[in-house]
Design a protein. Structure first.
Length: 327
């Protein structure tokens, strides 16, 4: 399992970007209204040469800030910082804090998934027993039908032959169901294994990167970050947070897929009534739809092999899957 390639979110796609959009819209509307109200006063000021010179200087400064890339980046950086601070009052933006939440969610999901795997294994055992019992009954009925034919008992022969036929038809469906359950069992097992690896990777990253971030923030003040932006250099604090956000986004998608598959598999298992040998077709359709979908984030290229029942090559993990983000 590798990290899903994700494009870093722009400022406007983040939660603070939504705050920034509303704030900017408010500034434009408020600024336009104030300009409208102050227009007569500004016209009066412009009639005075000294005041006109002052207004032209202010206008030149505004035009300079708009046209100069470095100054524009600095103002945008300050604006983003303010919007992030405002949004952070109501929404969790700290990627390390978000990842800590995912660690708890993953632990809970792994416990639930382990229970699902055990339940599924029990269902598979019971279904296999029913299929084998039916096979024995089919053979027994066929034997009785054969003896009835030899003794010219036509009614008994037809009865036993029909009973064997119905059981055979039922077994065909049950064996198809068992094959689907085998796929589900393999997929759940692999998801569990990959999720365990992901959990350890996140715990390791959070533990290490939390200390690194403290060191970065201690050595890179807000003023130094602003100067880096002004000089056209990359801000180390911002780059670090972007890398952590990419991890959080990747984990978010994988946890979401994990929970959706668990819900689907739970609905599938709940639709099976082994005691009466029946199951809802809807449950099978859900599983078949998942099989036909694209590559899984949690399973990667192993999905097709798992569905086909082919062996999956074992590869040794080479370090933490998220380390490349900080290279």
């Amino acid at each position: 399992m590798e990290m899903q390639e994700t494009k870093p979110k722009s400022f406007w796609e983040r939660p603070e970007g939504k705050t920034g959009t509303l704030f900017a819209a408010g500034l434009l509307l408020g600024g336009g209204y104030l300009l409208y109200k102050a227009l007569p006063y500004l016209i009066t000021l412009a009639s005075n040469t000294l005041y006109l010179a002052g207004l032209l200087i202010v206008l030149a400064a505004v035009i300079y800030m708009i046209l100069d890339p470095k100054m524009r980046n600095l103002i945008f950086y300050i604006y983003k910082s303010i919007m992030r601070w405002l949004t952070g009052l109501f929404v969790q933006l700290d990627p390390i804090g978000i990842l800590k939440t995912y660690i708890d969610e993953l632990r809970n999901n792994l416990a639930k998934m382990n229970q699902q795997i055990s339940t599924l294994k029990g269902q598979m055992y019971n279904l296999k027993t029913i299929i084998e019992t039916n096979k024995k009954q089919i053979q027994n009925d066929l034997n009785l039908a054969s003896k009835a034919k030899e003794t010219d008992k036509q009614a008994m022969m037809v009865l036993k032959a029909r009973k064997a036929g119905r059981l055979q038809e039922s077994n065909v469906k049950l064996e198809d169901l068992y094959k689907k359950m085998e796929i589900l069992y393999r997929v759940l097992g692999k998801m569990y294994e990959n999720s365990e690896v992901m959990l350890e990777d996140i715990k390791d990253q959070v533990s290490v990167k939390e200390q690194e971030r403290k060191a970065i923030r201690a050595s890179h003040s807000a003023m130094r970050s602003a100067m880096n932006i002004l000089n056209g250099n990359k801000d180390q604090r911002q780059m670090f947070d972007m890398a952590m956000e990419s991890i959080a986004d990747d984990v978010s998608q994988k946890v979401g897929e994990m929970e959706r598959f668990m819900e689907m598999s739970s609905n599938f298992m709940d639709s099976i009534d082994l005691q009466n040998g029946v199951f809802e077709e809807e449950g099978l359709k859900m599983l078949e739809k998942w099989e036909e979908e694209g590559v899984s984030l949690l399973l990667g290229n192993d999905k097709k092999a798992l569905i086909a029942g082919k062996p999956i090559p074992t590869t040794k993990p080479s370090g933490n899957q998220y380390d490349k983000l900080f290279e």
